[in-house]
Design a binder for this molecule. Structure first.
Ligand SMILES: C[S@@+](CC[C@H](N)C(=O)[O-])C[C@H]1O[C@@H](n2cnc3c(N)ncnc32)[C@H](O)[C@@H]1O
Length: 263
């Protein structure tokens, strides 16, 4: 059921991206975060740019044709299947989210080229075994062939890094060599002491639900995998030579991105 009284990260993110699929409670939370971190909209736009460039690399140079996008969010411009199928029309994509509001909009995610396929599952990232065992997923994805797992701006809703590590490991263990994982996660590494203090206060008051990670903690998430160049960097700097310059400052973005390959 869609709950209009509780903040949902998908709807708040939609608000920051300038979308209309959000409620007053999401806008209030979004405004509170923006008052403490005025460049949050730059963050949201740069995070989407990272998603697009990572999928372009995967569907292009890396030759990936299967995507598992967990923590999909509400449909916006350049959803994973649109970017992938632009380059490789036979790409197959399974979307997963635990917000009923995303399910309501799933039809927009379920368009596909005739050669490819898209599917949507309502499931929780904290139950990766259930996601992998799902019949719809098995119908669309061949887990004997490489898959790119997209975990974009979702792992920071999992507080404990050990739990996040085990989620990534469970997903990648089920996939063959040559599979990839793409992660973006909020960070406090570039924040000045005042910003840090404001965020700690919001967290203590229960007004913030994203858990920041250091570069080392993000590296831990992909331990055992080959990290692609340029490594763990602000999403705005991941293979961004073709983007408008100058790039935003890392402190304005405050989200790390990484792409890693299973050897
Ligand atoms: C900030 S949005 C990111 C959307 C998209 N990945 C992007 O980067 O543009 C986070 C999404 O993760 C979803 N999410 C949060 N916790 C989740 C969980 N435990 N299981 C599945 N999805 C989750 C939210 O519902 C929301 O749609």
């Amino acid at each position: 059921m869609v709950d209009e009284t509780r903040v949902h990260s998908a709807r708040r993110y939609n608000y920051w991206l300038g979308g209309k699929d959000n409620f007053a409670v999401d806008r209030e939370s979004g405004d509170l975060i923006a008052a403490n971190f005025p460049t949050i909209r730059v963050t949201a736009v740069e995070n989407r740019g990272f998603l697009r460039r990572a999928v372009e690399f995967l569907a292009g140079e890396a030759g990936i044709r299967q995507f598992l996008d967990v923590g999909t969010g509400l449909p916006t411009a350049d959803n994973t299947h649109e970017v992938a199928q632009r380059l490789a029309p036979d790409s197959r994509i399974v979307y997963v989210d635990n917000d009923p509001m995303v399910l309501v909009h799933a039809r927009a995610l379920l368009t596909s080229t005739p050669e490819g396929r898209t599917a949507y599952l309502e499931a929780d990232l904290r139950e990766p075994g259930r996601i992998l065992a799902d019949d719809t997923l098995r119908d669309v994805l061949d887990l004997d062939q490489p898959v790119a797992v997209m975990l974009i701006a979702v792992l920071h809703f999992v507080r404990e890094t050990e739990v996040a590590v085990s989620i990534v490991r469970t997903l990648l263990d089920a996939l063959p060599s040559g599979s990839y994982v793409v992660i973006s996660n909020a960070t406090g590494d570039f924040a000045d002491p005042e910003t840090k203090a404001r965020f700690d206060a919001l967290m203590a008051a229960g007004k913030l639900d994203a858990f920041v990670r250091t570069a080392d903690e993000v590296r831990e998430l992909v331990d055992g995998l080959e990290i692609l160049e340029p490594g763990v960097v602000p999403v705005s700097d991941w293979r961004a030579d073709g983007e408008s310059q100058p790039r935003p400052k890392p402190s304005e973005v405050a989200v790390y991105g990484v792409v890693a390959r299973k050897p």
